[in-house]
Write a protein that binds this ligand. Sequence first.
Ligand code: GRF
Length: 214
Amino acid sequence: MSQSIPLRLGVLGSGKGSNFVAIADAIAGGSVPAKVVLVASDVDDAGILRHAAERGIPGRYLAPGQFRTKLDEAAETAYIAALREAEVDLVVLAGFMRILKGEFLRAFEGRVVNIHPSLLPSFPGLAAWKQALDYGVKVTGCTVHYVDQGIDTGAIIGQRAVPVLDGDTADTLHERIQQAERELYPLAIAAVARGEVKVRGRLTSGFAARAEDR
Ligand code: GRF
């Protein structure tokens, strides 16, 4: 991969799209050598599609099919086709609320990244900020990682710590973590785009393996 060609990003999201906005703004500001070529959502009225439209970035609602937590086979095929058609180099999950596995991960092996609202490997899975608060940790945060077949288990690209304050509620802690996410995700994507990511411990293929070879 040439370092001078912007990395082509396909962003998948189901929600309000604040991480997408942070990434798009960082790209527009010149700090991330990438270009968002497609935003796709499994929710037809998701904020992320509205933000894409406002920025003139192609956005598509792609129906998820019959399951609640994953894509069915036809939907998986449609997502893969749309991302390939847009010649996406890196798939960026930004609040995409469905588990991607099997065929999808084989199609984009080592080229899918996610942001998770805890310091992995602590608190994988849903509502990680609430898990952290209930456990009583004093520090939590967020993690950008490659996606593998497990739940929030892929190689770690970057992390940002966030304090848990006395008197925090799930909402106040979640908001503080989301602020950190909006700082971390553009930096992590810039590091992937520049081939600067060093992963330890959990090797994957694709960008991670190439960076490790350097
Ligand atoms: C983020 O908090 C992220 O941790 C989780 O989904 C949320 C998406 O928020 N994976 P947004 O749609 O980017 O605002």
